[in-house]
Write a protein that binds this ligand. Structure first.
Ligand code: DOR
Ligand code: ZN
Ligand code: ZN
Length: 433
């Protein structure tokens, strides 16, 4: 089936195109993107063509979420590759990177192949698995990084924790560098975090809950940047949440270190002050921070110091998240709300232009991971997200297709809706009222 996407507002950061035009899709690829092709449909007039009216909507290269937890295998009651990728498609994502903290961990070539097998059967979007840095994520023995890459891993990460042994981590970075893949770093000093369950500050004191200081993140960010400088590996910092993370990434880039950073929607949308009480839907790792941190993250995204918006989509069971903040697991769902939160908290207040939003959600993540996408020039894969920035509605956790309903954004009014998600020329998600 060909597609004729009519009259949309193309935002194509890779080619610096910001204009109203038509896009033709044939054989899974962009056939042409040009000024109102409507008079000259050529091959695109017959029965074999679906016309999509994109008037009043933005047409962007498909979003890539560098950071999700799909929970399969091992925690299928929280999420599966099928439900998690369906949620991502609904959020406008044409590709996701599932993190390795499954059970068993995604820590060997066989497990990478297993994830890809299930994805091949159950996912309509691209799945780019991330392999663990150490076996069983125990921090003791390096995984077969070259083997995992050969099996299809696109990055390595110990997400959920940091590799505390700096020498082991440095060796893994050397292997990743050799294999040509990035290291995605969850930055959290295990010895500093203690029993911390939310940001160390006035709110934690008020609630009587142990705090997580900024230094818990910052000391590992500093260490990892220095190790990346030494090894030359491509370092991608996951879920940056502190102002000093932004400062350090800025400085490292000036020094020529190959580093990038992602910010999650919850970290640029909410401060710790907005935590209403002991509600674990506001618990994630790293935690919601102070308004000074949130402002620095927004500025970092605005200036391009922070290059990517990723969700850290972390579904959990309802019973697990009913527990107190001190006891519940870390994590919130994010796939289905990311785009609207980015529009509402970044584009509307002027931190990002629509073009910059497309770049931070698509073009930059694809470049960081080294995969195709993020580009709608003729001949490129037809991975496309069509969305507006005006629709107003309240987020409703009961409408989520993810198994996880653990979101702090239930009832929050947002702007921006995804209408179509297209992968390889196939419509994989379509908004229906
Ligand atoms: O909030 C989080 N949830 N942070 C992490 O680092 C892990 C993740 C999870 O797996 O639930
Ligand atoms: Zn993490
Ligand atoms: Zn994570």
């Amino acid at each position: 089936m060909n597609l004729w996407i009519k009259g949309g507002h193309l935002l194509d950061p890779a080619n610096n195109r910001d204009e109203i035009c038509d896009i033709l899709v044939k054989d899974g690829k962009v056939a042409a993107a040009g000024s109102l092709l409507s008079d000259n449909p050529g091959d695109f007039s017959g029965e074999n063509t679906r016309i999509i009216d994109a008037a009043g909507k933005y047409v962007m290269p498909g979003f890539l979420d560098l950071h999700v937890h799909l929970r399969e295998p091992g925690f299928e009651y929280k999420e599966t590759i099928k439900t998690g990728t369906a949620a991502a498609a609904k959020g406008g994502f044409t590709a996701v990177c599932p993190m390795p903290n499954t059970k068993p961990a995604t820590d060997c070539p066989e497990m990478i192949r297993k994830v890809l097998d299930i994805a091949g059967r159950d996912s309509k979007i691209h799945v780019y698995p991330v392999g663990a840095v150490t076996k069983e994520q125990e921090g003791k023995e390096m995984t077969d990084i070259a083997g995992m890459v050969k099996a299809g891993a696109k990055a390595i990460s110990e997400d959920g924790k940091s590799v505390m042994d700096a020498e082991l981590y440095r060796n893994a970075m050397k292997e990743a560098k050799k294999a040509g893949i990035p290291v995605m770093a969850h930055c959290e000093d295990k010895n500093l975090v203690g029993a911390g369950a939310m940001n160390a500050g006035a709110k934690a004191e008020e609630l009587g809950i142990p705090g997580i200081t900024n230094a818990v993140e910052d000391v590992i960010v500093a260490r990892d940047i220095l190790l990346a400088k030494e090894t030359g590996v491509k370092l991608h910092l996951c879920h940056c949440s502190t102002k000093d993370s932004v400062t350090m990434v800025e400085l490292a880039k000036k020094e020529g270190v190959n580093v990038s950073g992602e910010v999650c929607p919850h970290h640029f949308s909410l401060t710790e002050q907005e935590i209403p009480g002991d509600d674990a839907n506001y618990k994630m790792n790293p935690p919601l921070r102070s308004s000074a941190d949130v402002e620095a993250l927004r500025r970092g995204l605005s200036e391009g110091i922070m290059e990517a918006i990723s969700t850290d989509h972390a579904p959990h069971g309802e019973d697990e998240k009913k527990k107190s903040i001190a006891e519940a697991p870390f994590g919130i769902v994010g796939s289905e709300t990311a785009y609207a939160l980015a529009v509402t908290y970044l584009v509307k207040p002027g931190y990002l232009t629509p073009m910059q939003l497309a770049e931070r959600m698509s073009t930059n993540p694809c470049r960081i991971l080294g995969v195709p996408g993020g580009n709608l020039a003729a001949g490129m894969p037809a991975d496309i997200t069509i969305a507006d920035m005006d629709s107003e509605y309240a987020i409703d956790k009961n409408n989520l297709v993810s198994k996880g309903k653990n979101t702090p954004f239930h009832g929050v009014k947002v702007q921006g809706r995804v209408y179509f998600t297209i992968v390889g020329g196939e419509v994989v998600y379509e908004y229906k009222e």
